[in-house]
Design a protein around this ligand. Structure first.
Ligand SMILES: C[S@@+](CC[C@H](N)C(=O)[O-])C[C@H]1O[C@@H](n2cnc3c(N)ncnc32)[C@H](O)[C@@H]1O
Length: 281
C-alpha cells in the first residue's frame, strides 16, 4: 500500500516537473531549430555581390591609415556595425564615450577622431600600464570590469557620468560581459548605444543572455483589442524593458543595444485607410 502511494506521489512529482519544464523545452526546441537552419546556410556557397564595395567609413579609414603609433586591434567587420549605430551621435556636443579595454591606446585615438574634439572619453582597463594613455579629454580608470562594486563606486562618486556610448572590448568572458552590461546599461543616457565585442561561439553563455534580452522585447503586458478605435486598434502596455530599450542587434561576434530617446508607455497598432477586406476586422 505504502509503495503504491509512494509511486503515485513520485509520478505526480514527475508530471508536475515536466509541466514546469515545458516552456523551457519548447523554447530550447525552437532555439535549436533556428541554429540548425543557420547551420544549413553554412553549406550554401555565398553568392558574389555584384554591387561595388562601399567606400570605407570614417572608423575604417582611421584604422587603415594607422601604420605607426599606438596600436588598434579590431575585427574588420565591426566598423560597419559601429558606424551604423554611432553615426547619429557623431559630433554631438559633450558626448561621453566609455571604452573597456585600452590595450595599446590606439582605439582611444580612433574614438576621439570619430566623435570630435568635445568628446569626453573614458577608458577602463585592468592593466595599470594603461594609465599612461590619460591626457586632456581622456580619463583612464584602472579596474576589473567583472567587479560590480568597481562600477558602482565610480558611478556613485561621479567618476563615470551618464554615458552616451559604451564599447566593451575588455576581457571578453561571459561574466565580465554580463556584469558590465548590467551595471552600465542603466547608466546609459536615453538614445545611447551599448556595444559588446567578441561574443564568440554559438554556445557562449553571454550570447544566450543576449537572446533573452532580445526576446524580452517581444513581451509586454496583455494586448487590448479596441474595435471601433482605429488609432488604438491594438495596444500593448510596454514592459519596463520595452519602454527603455529600443532594440537589440546581433552581428558576428558583436552585439548592439540601443536605448530609446524617450520612454514609451505602450506599443500601438493603428489602422489608417477606408477600404478593408472583410476577412479581418
Ligand atoms: C582586446 S584588448 C583591447 C583592444 C583595444 N580596445 C583596441 O581596439 O585596440 C583587451 C584589453 O582588455 C583588458 N582587460 C582584460 N580583462 C579585463 C578586465 N577584467 N577588466 C578590464 N579590462 C580588462 C586587457 O588588459 C586588454 O588591454
Amino acid at each position: 500500500m505504502m509503495r503504491t502511494v509512494r509511486r503515485a506521489l513520485g509520478h505526480a512529482r514527475l508530471v508536475a516537473k515536466a509541466a514546469l519544464d515545458q516552456p523551457a523545452l519548447w523554447r530550447q526546441k525552437w532555439f535549436s531549430a533556428g541554429q540548425e537552419y543557420a547551420d544549413r546556410w553554412a553549406a550554401t556557397p555565398p553568392t558574389p555581390n555584384p554591387t561595388p564595395a562601399p567606400a570605407p567609413n570614417p572608423l575604417e579609414a582611421f584604422f587603415e591609415a594607422r601604420h605607426q603609433g599606438p596600436g588598434i586591434w579590431k575585427w574588420r567587420h565591426y566598423f560597419d556595425a559601429y558606424h551604423r549605430h554611432l553615426a547619429p551621435l557623431r559630433h554631438r556636443e559633450n558626448l561621453v564615450v566609455l571604452e573597456i579595454g585600452i590595450y595599446s591606446g590606439g582605439s582611444l585615438d580612433m574614438w576621439r577622431d570619430y566623435f570630435g574634439p568635445t568628446l569626453q572619453l573614458i577608458g577602463v582597463d585592468i592593466a595599470p600600464a594603461c594609465k599612461s594613455y590619460e591626457r586632456p579629454g581622456i580619463k583612464v580608470l584602472i579596474g576589473d570590469q567583472a567587479d560590480r562594486a568597481f562600477w558602482r563606486r565610480a558611478i556613485a562618486d561621479g567618476t563615470i557620468p551618464p554615458v552616451d556610448v559604451v564599447i566593451d572590448d575588455g576581457g571578453h568572458t561571459d561574466e565580465q560581459q554580463r556584469n558590465t552590461l548590467e551595471e552600465l546599461l542603466p547608466h546609459l543616457k536615453p538614445g545611447g548605444v551599448y556595444l559588446c565585442e567578441d561574443v564568440h561561439g554559438a554556445d557562449s553563455s553571454f550570447s544566450a543572455y543576449v537572446a533573452g534580452l532580445a526576446q524580452a522585447l517581444h513581451g509586454g503586458g496583455r494586448m487590448q483589442s479596441n474595435e471601433g478605435e482605429p488609432e488604438r486598434r491594438l495596444v500593448v502596455p510596454a514592459s519596463g524593458w520595452q519602454a527603455a530599450v529600443h532594440s537589440v542587434h546581433v552581428y558576428p561576434f558583436v552585439v548592439a543595444v540601443e536605448k530609446r530617446a524617450a520612454a514609451v508607455p505602450e506599443l500601438i497598432a493603428s489602422k489608417h485607410g477606408t477600404q478593408w477586406q472583410p476577412h479581418l476586422t
